[in-house]
Design a protein around this ligand. Structure first.
Ligand code: G6P
Ligand code: MG
Length: 213
């Protein structure tokens, strides 16, 4: 029986994936190459530095460590600017109703994101009170597909991995949930998220019945 739900943030609760994409694209263009939405799929759920590595590989560019850190900081500066304007209106359809129902049913809720900006976003969109635990990029050393972020979330909720269900929009996140021995529901398209136990297009109309496996 599922006793806890662990939510990824970017692309699940809010569509920040579009802001990450805009900021990475801006960096790629500044470095003189194109970066498409298809390329961007590879960056979802992946840490900031690893994302930069993938981006530079796409553009066939090499830089030393110091420059790479500066480039990642530049991207993050743009990203932070985009998310600073976020408010409750950016919470994806159905998310609040679903979280409310989970709380009513006594199902524990945690965030499981490798973003270092997760807390800022949760505060900006006023969703922090819904969470029993928040595991973000400041609390983990290994990014998805490593299961660390989800295992830490389960631990903080006081639950066993098999009692948890993860909601994820990224291929790397689905793999991380599998490696954590948790159920996983993909949020997005079945073509991309085929390895999940179930796939939903979003939370509109979704009830806790979805947790019956
Ligand atoms: C999430 C996103 C990734 C992002 C990562 C790090 O997993 O899906 O696209 O690169 O967080 O985010 P940060 O806000 O720390 O740069
Ligand atoms: Mg995501």
């Amino acid at each position: 029986m599922i006793k806890g739900c662990i939510f990824d943030l970017d692309g699940v609760i809010v569509d920040t994936a579009k802001y990450h994409y805009l900021a990475w694209k801006r960096l790629a263009n500044e470095l003189g190459f194109e970066f498409t939405e298809e390329d961007n799929e590879r960056l979802k759920g992946v840490s900031r530095m690893k994302s930069l590595e993938i981006l530079l590989e796409i553009g066939n560019k090499q830089f030393d460590e110091e420059t790479k850190i500066k480039l990642a900081e530049k991207k993050n500066g743009w990203y932070v600017e985009y998310i600073s304007k976020m408010d409750e209106s950016e919470i994806l359809d159905g998310v609040k109703d679903f979280l409310t129902e989970l709380r009513e049913k006594g199902i524990k809720i945690s965030l499981g994101s490798v973003s270092k900006n997760a807390m800022t976003i949760l505060k900006n969109i006023n969703l922090l009170p819904y969470f029993d635990a928040v595991i973000d990029g400041t609390k983990v050393t290994n990014a998805k597909p490593d299961p660390e972020v989800f295992l830490k979330a389960a631990q903080e909720l006081g639950l066993k991995p098999e009692e948890c269900c993860v909601f994820e929009d990224a291929v790397a996140g689905i793999e991380a949930a599998r490696r954590a021995n948790m159920k996983v529901i993909g949020v997005g398209s079945p073509e991309i998220l085929g390895d999940a136990d179930k796939v939903i297009s979003g939370f509109k109309g979704v009830t806790s019945d979805i947790l019956n496996f």
